[in-house]
Design a protein around this ligand. Structure first.
Ligand code: PAF
Length: 274
C-alpha cells in the first residue's frame, strides 16, 4: 500500500489509475470500515482510503482533541484489506489557511436529528468530503449506513452539484450483541458496554412493531425514549422517518428508524431500515 500525505503526490500516483473507488474515514478503523474497503474492491481497479480527522465537523464542545487516533494500527488493517493507496494528510495539508468556502447543505436536511444536536456538523462533513472528492476524483465513493443522515446529505450533495461520482452505501456492522460498531464505542466503560446494545434493541422493537402493522409512530418513539431513560440513558431522539430525506413519513414510503442517546459521557447513534 502506498501512503501519501501530500495532495500533489497523491494526484501523481492516481494519474491514469483507471477506475477509482474511494472510502473516506477519520481512522480508528473497525470492521465496518474494512467491509467498505472490500466492497470498494468490487467496483474499481484502484481502492483509495483516506484518514483525516476533520476539525470542521466537530463542535467547540465535541471530542476533536480526544478523538481516537490509531494510525499505525489503521495502516496495518488497510494493508490487510488490500487497499492500494492511503491518503493521510495532516491538518496543514488539508487546511493550509482557514477554510473560508464551505458547502451549505439544505437546511431541511441538516436542522433535524443529528443536525439539531450538532449544528454545523453536516456542513463540515460536506465541505471536507467535497474537498476530498476534488483531490481523489473517484468514480465511486462508499459510506456506511451507520451514519444514515450523513449518507443522505452526501448523496444529495453529489446529485445537486452534479459530481460524476456514484455513492454506494455499506450495511452497518454489529457486534454479536447487536451494538453497531463505532469508533466511539471505545469510550464506553465495561458496565456501559454491557448496557449499550439496548439502543439497537429498542430500534429493533420499533421495526418489528411497524412491520406488524403498528403505525402509531409517536407512541413507539415515546416508549423507546422512556425505556432508554429508565436505564440511565439521555436520549436525544428516537425517530421514524422516510428514508429519502429523513422528514416525517408522508404516505406509504420506505422508512428508517433512527436513534441517538448518551450513555454516561458517550453519545451513540444507530438506525434500522424498515
Ligand atoms: O464518517 C466519517 O468518518 C466522516 O464523517 C467522513 C465522511 C470521513 C468525513 O470526515
Amino acid at each position: 500500500m502506498q501512503t501519501h500525505p501530500h495532495i500533489a503526490d497523491l494526484r501523481r500516483a492516481l494519474a491514469n489509475a483507471g477506475r477509482i473507488a474511494f472510502v473516506p474515514t477519520m481512522g480508528n478503523l473497525h470492521d465496518g470500515h474494512i467491509t467498505l474497503m472490500h466492497q470498494a474492491r468490487e467496483h474499481a481497479d484502484v481502492v483509495v482510503a483516506s484518514i483525516f480527522v476533520n476539525r470542521l465537523q466537530f463542535g467547540p464542545k465535541e471530542d476533536f482533541d480526544k478523538y481516537p487516533r490509531t494510525f499505525e494500527n489503521d495502516c496495518a488493517r488497510l494493508r490487510d484489506a488490500g487497499v492500494d493507496i492511503l491518503f493521510a494528510p495532516d491538518e496543514n495539508e488539508m487546511y493550509p489557511a482557514p477554510q473560508r468556502y464551505h458547502v451549505e447543505p439544505d437546511h431541511a436536511h441538516v436542522s433535524i436529528l443529528e443536525g439539531a444536536v450538532r449544528p454545523g456538523h453536516f456542513g463540515g462533513v460536506a465541505t471536507v468530503v467535497l474537498k476530498l472528492f476534488n483531490i481523489v476524483q473517484p468514480d465511486v465513493a462508499l459510506f456506511g449506513k451507520k451514519d444514515y443522515q450523513q449518507l443522505m446529505v452526501l448523496k444529495n450533495m453529489v446529485r445537486e452539484l452534479a459530481l460524476p461520482i456514484e455513492v454506494l452505501s455499506g450495511e452497518t456492522v454489529r457486534a454479536e450483541d447487536g451494538l453497531a460498531l463505532s469508533s466511539r464505542n471505545g469510550y464506553l466503560s465495561a458496565a456501559e458496554r454491557a448496557e449499550a446494545p439496548r439502543l439497537s434493541r429498542v430500534l429493533q422493537h420499533i421495526r418489528d412493531r411497524i412491520v406488524a402493522g403498528d403505525r402509531d409512530f409517536l407512541r413507539l418513539e415515546t416508549e423507546a425514549v422512556a425505556e432508554l431513560s429508565a436505564h440511565g440513558w439521555q436520549p436525544d431522539y428516537i425517530a421514524v422517518r422516510q428514508r429519502g430525506d429523513l422528514q416525517s413519513p408522508r404516505g406509504d414510503v420506505p422508512l428508517v428508524v433512527l436513534g441517538a442517546a448518551k450513555l454516561g459521557s458517550t453519545r451513540l447513534i444507530d438506525n434500522l431500515e424498515i
